[in-house]
Design a protein around this ligand. Sequence first.
Ligand code: PLP
Length: 442
Amino acid sequence: MTAHAKPPTNDLEAFWMPFTPNRAFKADPRLVERAEGMYYYTPDHRAILDATSGLWCVNAGHCRPQIVEAIQRQAARMGYATSFNLGHPKAFELASRLAHLLPGDLDHVFFTNSGSESVDTALKIALAYHKARGKGSKTRFIGRERGYHGVGFGGISVGGIVGNRKQYGALLPGVDHLPHTHDPARNAFSKGLPEHGGEDFAGALEGIVGLHDASTIAAVIVEPVAGSTGVLVPPKGYLERLRAICDRHDILLIFDEVITGFGRLGAPFAAEYFGVQPDMITMAKGLTNAAVPMGAVGVRGGIYETLVNGGPGIELAHGYTYSGHPLACAAGLATLDLYRDEGLFERAAALASGFEAVVHSLRDAPHVIDIRNLGLMAGVELAPRPGAPGARAQEAFQRAFEEGLLIRVTGDTIAFSPSLITDPAQIEEMVAVTRAVLETID
Ligand code: PLP
């Protein structure tokens, strides 16, 4: 049958949905078709309070007119130009703005189109950097159990989620993993940074270095706060210790800030919040308020200089057709303006302690076995149903949607990460609806 002979379909079947049980979804779909501020709207006009900023990404709220108009203007003026051997002003302007926002000497920016691409880009830069300085044997990467670094082969290799790895063969060679930092026996219901484990969990890196030797290790990559596996907040001193060990062994430290970047913790980046300087920061999501896909890697000046001074010609054989896409750059610039003009990072910082108090009020709700929080992100972990991990949280997610609330669930953890424009009444509502839902499910 030729393509023309196929009757057009307009049902849900053709779209192979990502990270979704397709059969179950298509049998009982949830659709939204409009969004504004803190709300999605279903096709039948029901308002859904968005407690997850889309997918940890719409940090300035949905459909902000300034961003919409910037994209519209750019689309009419120049919808596309390559960044290979040609430039357009907004890419340079956005890179400069980001360099200014990034902490310390992270003053160069490589553009990608997603968090996954940012991670793989950072890993490639790490290898190229060591090679350019005559240390080509430094090729190993160290990730962390329960880390999420997107879905590219680099990202799933350094990532620590078995479900995302087991279908895909041998992955990248030469990767090892730190232990995760989740320690409910000692740290359950911590408010903010947990007390226990910082030294030991980070100290495990010394063991890994002892096993492989520093001369074989290129970089360590971690999320400052692990988001996708349920908001795992690092214990006190953890990131500082990782930094010190990396320094001692000439290993690059990459912070994957795809979630924590752009105000989630009440600072531009988690690196600043923690006062720990990484060598690279990967970002995406909040960079354009998710209005146009875009990612980026912030790179220390020394790394950039080493590569660009390494010899004539192209220093890094890497890039995407859409690196620095004009629409994404326009969206990014308008988004950064909005963060600045509305003081949204400061707003997140101001909301954080009230958010913490309200989220922790769920401590006595049915099924709750742990609550973790930092900035405007929180995880509420439920006891799994015997023999059916994840089922209880999944039911909570579906029930919450019926009640007009969008939450994110991962395993048996409910994650809250509202846009930075949220207000205390909405936070109360998110938690009240969640409590009501938990009271009705078994
Ligand atoms: N890194 C982290 C820390 C993330 O949370 C995510 C997505 O949630 C990614 C990378 C991947 O980003 P993307 O889905 O844009 O490829």
